[in-house]
Design a protein. Sequence first.
Lengths: 248, 320
Amino acid sequence: MPRRHEPHAGVAHEMPPHEGAQQAGSRPGASPSFRILPRDRIALLKVVVAAGCLVPFAIVFAKGAALIPFGANPVEEVLHSMGKTGLNLLWITLAITPLRKLTKQNWLLRLRRMLGLFSFFYLMLHFLTYAVLDRGLDFGSLVVDVTERPYITAGMLGLVLLIPLAITSTKGWQRRLGRRWTKLHRLIYPAAVLGAVHFWWQVKADIREPLVYAVLLGVLLGYRVVDAQLRARRRREAAATVAAGRSA
Amino acid sequence: MAKNRIKPSEITPEDVFLNRRQIIAGAVAMGLLPGFASDAFGAAIPADGESFQNIAKWPKSLDAEPNSWDVITTYNNFYEFGTGKGDPSRYAHLMKTDPWSVEVTGEANKRGRFTLEDILKPHGLEERIYRFRCVEAWSMIVPWVGFPLGDLLSRFEPTSRAKYVQFFTLNDPEQMPSVRYPVLEWPYREGLTIEEAMHPLTLLTVGVYGKVLPNQNGAPLRLIVPWKYGFKSVKSIVRIHFTERQPQTSWNMAAPHEYGFYSNVNPNVDHPRWSQASERVLGGSGFSALISGRQPTLMFNGYAEEVASLYTGLDLVKNY
């Protein structure tokens, strides 16, 4: 299969500069297998992760095909399975950046788009299970739910925020939007918060599980706040050093 | 419609029924039962510890196919064993239901502690097929075994000040792993007006499908109040308290704007977070189970004719 070198410009926001440097360093003189292997590994990794992401869907399908029995409340089972899987994948997507920075494993970034899209896939199925299977597409009851039941309002809003992110997840859109792409994709933060709120407000009395999700989300978002502050401080210090050098 | 593993016709296997005396005799001979037990065992306690005998068929049972044993015994809300629907069937075996006794307190002439045998002895059992409507907007059809609660309560001779009856579930962290967490106010408590408690539809329940209640369904003694949401039908009762004032109820204490004292099934009064106009009927398999849809919820769960008169003059929107 012919390999094509991707231009850096197209994936700049997906790959931090030092990753490009690493690749460049391994280009000339290195054995071809060394250069090719990481790409093969990434491709393999993507296939494995995709297969893993599809397991919850496959289980529901197997239950639908009566290969595995449903429990007593099949619609609720599908609804919860899709919703929970969607949230799990959203949280994993949000964990990529902190994990990449802390472990310096830049290849993690290559999985992020797929994880995000799978999260959207499951959250959309969660919504469709609710709208079609549970509510029977009864438009009136859907409107009442979305407008009058805060946990459903929150969930719907969160899902709607993810729609532009799914649409603009392609490389073409990344290129077209440039810096604005990064800004737009910060919508994942309010979407995740709304997802956590939706889960919390939905439970009857036992808040332990949504509490775990909320705490993890707090850690994932808190990391970003702290990281941004540290970087800002380092920039200020660097600027101060330069200024001090000039005045001396 | 759901395929049931156990059909109503299989409730009491004929051989068990015909051999019940030998089974009791065998148990006595093996020392499992005291010799006098065969006299004490009237209609109430099953000789083999599993299946009841002499169950009368209640003439007003729902004319509908009950849900399967599996559905009824694996999809339960019994928060003392965990808040997942599957937790009770997983952990309820930790509860010891023998020996069992019930404490009777408050506004009654005959108070004190009564053994399960004392409680059940004089009563004949009936099988009643009721629809069980959960506040979570699902329902199942269940062939309960029991007798009218009122028949038992009269034996305690409630006084004229007994306007309400409160019921308490067992609360033992040794036997119930989840009561360590303050998910609800433990012990689980529920209450009825004395009129509701004495109503002939209110069933003191000891069995399902002709068998002793599985622990996850509230063994050995629970209420079934068929025109109210399921959480009113308190499980594994250890105390009955007659009182003049409206008693505390656990769900009302947890979320008073969501769960009222009455909690009658009412399609016109929504739960704040979901509609009560319709309900999902449980059961089914494969893709067809996913598209089986919902059915409209009936006022008082279909028992309006029998119970509506209990609430004349009461605003059911305010008194949800």
